[in-house]
Design a protein around this ligand. Structure first.
Ligand code: G1P
Length: 289
């Protein structure tokens, strides 16, 4: 069955970016001139996703407003013939049916995904985490959707992160199938370096079969006292095969300040309207340090 629905959990507090995130959701912090969540939504559109559910929480209304029609701004831009800006404002909301649900309590990623049960119904669906922005020729989630079409099973997007970083991620134990495809044998959330089965991490992109909801409902609290999607996936793997796909693309961890800065610099250097002047500026300061 084709994947048409995607879920973006965006209910977290964003404490790592305080005080910026005191009144502004972390998903609305811009990389240059676009909120980070819009990059994720565009990846979904480019992969052929038709319906998007964003899981929000109290204080995240700016996300809902962002995907709404900006009637006043659009009327003024239309009147003034500012076509390019008008397209930028309309870009995603025109192509995607976006809806929202509020997670009442912060009980972890697994609990957030469980809030999507009614929206997803009995279909395979994509989960895309806002802290991971991936730049690739073929949209990262599209790569996983392609593999899902081929294998008819859940597919997790993975890459090597290096042993020193395993304690930040869901780490997989898997065996090679073909090309970039692996079969999942086990998975552990945020292991200590000495307990990690590998240094291959799930990096914020999943295609999951609807069987996950029954597993989430019986998943106890795990790492950090939260209901973890990783633990529910382990339960699901006892009933059906799950695969891990070593996706192509450069992934930025924009949930931390280094990753956010790297994304900002790289994105500016790839923008035709900014790159020449910005590169000149960077070369200038590099000569001084
Ligand atoms: C979450 C998941 C983890 C995954 C990571 C990717 O962790 O729980 O399995 O590897 O996203 O970014 P978080 O970053 O929310 O702590």
């Amino acid at each position: 069955m084709k994947v048409k629905k995607a879920v973006i959990p965006a209910a977290g507090f964003g404490t790592r970016f305080l005080p910026a995130t005191k009144a502004v959701p972390k998903e609305m912090l811009p990389i240059i001139d676009k909120p980070t969540i819009q990059y994720i939504a565009e990846e979904a559109v480019n992969a052929g996703i038709e319906e998007l559910l964003i899981i929000v929480s109290r204080g995240k209304d700016a996300i809902i407003n962002h995907f709404d029609k900006a009637f006043e701004i659009e009327t003024i831009l239309e009147r003034d013939g500012k076509e390019e800006m008008l397209n930028a404002v309309r870009e995603v909301s025109d192509k995607l049916n976006v809806c929202f649900v509020r997670q009442q309590e912060q009980k972890g990623l697994g609990h957030a995904v469980l809030c999507a049960k009614t929206f997803v119904e009995n279909e395979p669906f994509a989960v895309m985490l806002g802290d991971d922005v991936v730049v690739s020729e073929k949209p990262c989630i599209g790569q996983l959707m392609e593999q899902h079409d081929k294998y008819g099973a859940s597919v997790l997007g993975v890459q090597k992160v290096g042993m020193e970083h395993v304690s930040k991620y869901g780490i997989v134990d898997c065996e090679h199938v073909e090309g970039r495809m692996y079969k999942l044998k086990g998975m552990v959330e945020k292991p200590k370096m000495e307990d990690a089965p590998s240094d291959v991490a799930v990096l914020g992109r999943y295609v999951i079969t609807p069987g996950i909801f029954e597993c989430l409902e019986r998943t106890p609290k795990g790492a950090g006292g939260e209901i973890q999607l990783t633990d529910a996936l382990v339960l699901l793997s006892e009933k059906e095969d799950i695969y891990a796909y070593d996706f192509e693309g450069k992934r930025y961890d924009i949930g931390n300040k280094q990753g956010f800065l790297q994304a900002t610099v790289d994105f500016a250097l790839s923008r035709p309207d900014l790159k020449d002047d910005f590169a000149k500026y960077l070369k200038g300061i590099l000569n001084k340090i």
